[in-house]
Ligand binder design. Structure first.
Ligand code: TRP
Length: 340
């Protein structure tokens, strides 16, 4: 059976929130730990800090280092095991830029202009012009994936168009260049999306996102979560404790659905609808559930926070391992292209 290989990444935005956890990170950890019947690993896993991708929306590089360290600390806290999964910064491995350049010749500008994720971003950020590099965002992502021969890419829904562009680039490369020994260099990665759930933010309207300030961070303490939860928007028509509520429009209930034990969820729903459960008590129970889920993460985070330099060392080790893989792929690419 051919090796299943996962490459995924995030832009370094600093400390991660619950939306990152339920939307991607939890799934990364599950795939990392999944085994086959014979006990061997179901996937080889690589996780990348997409720091070059960050430059598409901000040229200020001063927060990048700290944000990368904070984000990787959250990855490790959530259960990414650096022995199993190399974690590395894109900018430390020069092969990303080399493959990006080659790939940029294999796709038209008009194809990239049609990328719906880019269109959404231009609208959301009110951009009136974009850079050449920003237009090439998915091309760099294709280089990230194919440099490690990733054939499974667990990402959120907004990234599906980028996986599709990656498939097109792989196909185009294989049609144009064949390796004298091994034939096709790349495999088209499957757009395999596993169960992903976006979390709504504490404001109850938009998805959880750092820029909207509606997040619960994975590193938040019980006190911090309690204070944030107090301000969380519930059913706006449930004004008094005993008014009947509508769980389906309530952000807090959506967190219960994800974090509370299933046997308790029905009761919460029923008591909210009947008016027996007030929002204050309901929120308390929700904080308890979230804290129960995050307790092991907090413990691991404290372990890493206690050892300055360890996260950097883990990155450097991951970078060494990733670089070797990347160099092997680039050698094949150059041979297929007769570039020596
Ligand atoms: N574009 C992804 C995001 O914004 C981050 C990313 C960069 C990525 N390179 C990747 C994701 C490779 C998957 C595979 O979330």
């Amino acid at each position: 059976m051919k090796t299943q290989r996962i490459l995924s990444g995030m832009r370094p935005t600093g400390r991660l929130h619950l939306g990152h956890y339920t939307g991607a990170l939890e799934n990364w950890v599950e795939r990392q730990n999944e085994t086959l019947a014979d006990g061997s690993r179901a996937y080889e896993t690589y996780f990348l800090v997409a720091d070059y991708h960050s430059l598409t929306t901000s040229l200020d590089t001063s927060p990048l280092d700290q944000n990368s360290i904070e984000m990787v600390t959250d990855w490790l806290a959530a259960g990414i095991d650096p022995e199993k999964s190399p974690v590395f910064r894109q900018s430390r491995i020069k092969e990303h830029t080399e493959l990006f350049l080659i790939f940029s010749m294999l796709i038209t500008a008009s194809r990239l202009e049609r990328n719906p994720t880019l269109k959404d971003q231009i609208r959301d950020l009110n951009m009136d012009a974009i850079t050449y590099g920003h237009l090439g965002y998915p091309v760099l992502q294709a280089a990230d994936i194919l440099l490690y021969k990733g054939n499974t890419v667990p990402v959120g829904e907004d990234q599906i168009p980028h996986v599709e562009i990656t498939r097109e680039i792989a196909r185009r490369f294989n049609n144009q260049y064949q390796h004298p020994g091994t034939g096709s260099v790349f495999e088209e990665p499957g757009p395999k999306i596993t169960r992903f759930s976006r979390l709504v933010g504490l404001d109850g309207t938009a998805k959880m996102s750092k820029s909207l300030g509606n997040t619960i961070l994975l590193s938040d303490t019980e006190e911090e979560i309690t204070a944030k939860m107090r301000k969380a928007v519930t059913d706006t028509e449930k004004l008094r404790k005993n008014d009947p509520g509508r769980p389906e429009v309530c952000a807090v209930f959506s967190y219960h659905k994800r974090f509370t034990r299933s046997q308790d969820i029905d009761e919460i729903e029923k008591e909210c609808r009947s008016g027996a459960l007030g929002c204050v008590d309901c929120k308390k129970r929700c904080v308890d559930s979230i804290i129960r889920e995050l307790a092991p993460l907090h413990e691991k985070r404290a372990f890493y926070a206690d050892k300055p330099g360890l996260v950097r060392q883990i990155l450097e080790d991951g970078e060494q391992r990733a670089r070797e893989r990347a160099q092997t792929t680039m050698r094949e690419v150059r041979e297929a292209m007769r570039l020596g």
